[in-house]
Design a protein around this ligand. Structure first.
Ligand code: C2E
Ligand code: MG
Ligand code: MG
Ligand code: MG
Length: 296
């Protein structure tokens, strides 16, 4: 266990693996001071409701402004922070900072916060959430926590207990990156999700791969049957947006609608091409579904 072993553990270096191990060690070490040095920052990416064509929430996405390396991607440092246990204090920072911004800058939309499986398993997690809500004064109903399927697999009885306590507090729960983790469909009915986020890999393939489109359609239908909102991730062009809208997907998120941005450059409204495309769709003038319906 990397958390207990820490820096007193010997590391067996495999030939060829040295660089990667050294790199992770260096990141891990730099992370120890990153929080207190104020090197982390939250970006926010909008999520839109397709029926109303309005921004309904923002997802908080962490950024690390490393003094020497520049911007380090969360895809690179979150796994390191999870292995070392540093994700717990980092996750507390994300909670506090996202809710601070939800009470000061983003007051008309909901806020989504990503929760790592390691953070979720921490015994103080529910209390941390409760305290962050109390401190910020943000109504719990405006907050959504995003967890991935991997959070549920290890001890699903405990996961269910934690989710139930979170629901009692009143926060919403989203299942992030749905479809790419180790999960079973029964999770969707056993756990109290408010929202399912379809992984962007299905969305990016939707026009080329009939299977991906079929999965999207099925998840939309499941979401409706289970009374969960369905969000498509990674929407990069209007064709995909229209395809999703026509299939009855509730919400969309992606570079087309808005890039993740610091609060000073927050995306406040949806681009004109998006509202125009949705308008055209309403009038039935757009023929974007042919390619999607062709089997390849
Ligand atoms: P995620 O939660 O699935 O977040 C979506 C990722 O997709 C973000 O990457 C976002 O910038 C990117 N994205 C959004 N729209 C598009 C699009 O249209 N096309 C493409 N190609 N990408 C798009 P980011 O910010 O690099 O974050 C990567 C992952 O790191 C997140 O995936 C999440 O799992 C994790 N992460 C980010 N912030 C946090 C955090 O505060 N706490 C924890 N535990 N994990 C975080
Ligand atoms: Mg997410
Ligand atoms: Mg996601
Ligand atoms: Mg994803």
């Amino acid at each position: 266990n990397a958390k207990n072993g820490g820096r007193h553990t010997y590391c067996v270096f495999q030939p060829g693996m040295g660089d990667e191990v050294r790199q992770r060690r260096a990141l891990e070490k730099d992370m120890n001071t990153a929080l207190s040095a104020g090197e982390f920052e939250l970006f926010f990416q909008p999520r839109m409701c397709l029926a109303s064509a309005r921004i309904v929430s923002y997802e908080a996405l962490i950024r690390w402004n490393h003094p020497e390396r520049g911007l380090v991607s969360p895809a690179e440092f979150i796994p390191v922070a999870e292995a070392s246990g540093q994700i717990v204090p980092i996750g507390k920072y994300v909670l506090a900072e996202a809710l601070r911004i939800a009470s000061s800058t983003i007051t008309t939309a909901s806020i989504s916060i990503n929760v790592s499986p390691v953070q979720f398993r921490d015994r103080d997690f529910v209390d941390d959430v409760r305290r962050a809500i109390e401190t910020s004064g943000v109504p719990a109903g405006r907050i959504e926590l995003e967890i991935t399927e991997n959070t549920l697999i290890e001890d699903d009885a405990r996961a269910l207990a934690v989710l139930t306590r979170l629901k009692e507090i009143g926060v919403n729960i989203a299942l992030d990156d749905f479809g790419v983790g180790y999960s079973s469909l029964s999770y969707l009915s056993r756990f109290p999700f408010d929202c399912i986020k379809i992984d962007r890999s299905f969305v990016s393939e939707a026009q080329r791969n009939y299977g991906s489109l079929a999965i999207i359609e099925t998840v939309v239908r499941l979401g409706k049957a289970l009374k969960m909102r369905v969000v498509a991730e990674g929407v990069e062009d209007t064709e995909k947006l229209c395809l999703l809208a026509q299939r009855g997907c509730h919400e969309a998120q992606g570079y087309l609608i808005g890039m993740p941005a610091p609060t000073s450059k927050l995306v406040r409204s949806i681009p004109e091409e998006v509202s125009e495309a949705l308008d055209r769709l309403k009038f039935g003038g757009l023929q974007v579904f042919e390619a999607a319906n062709q089997k390849n």
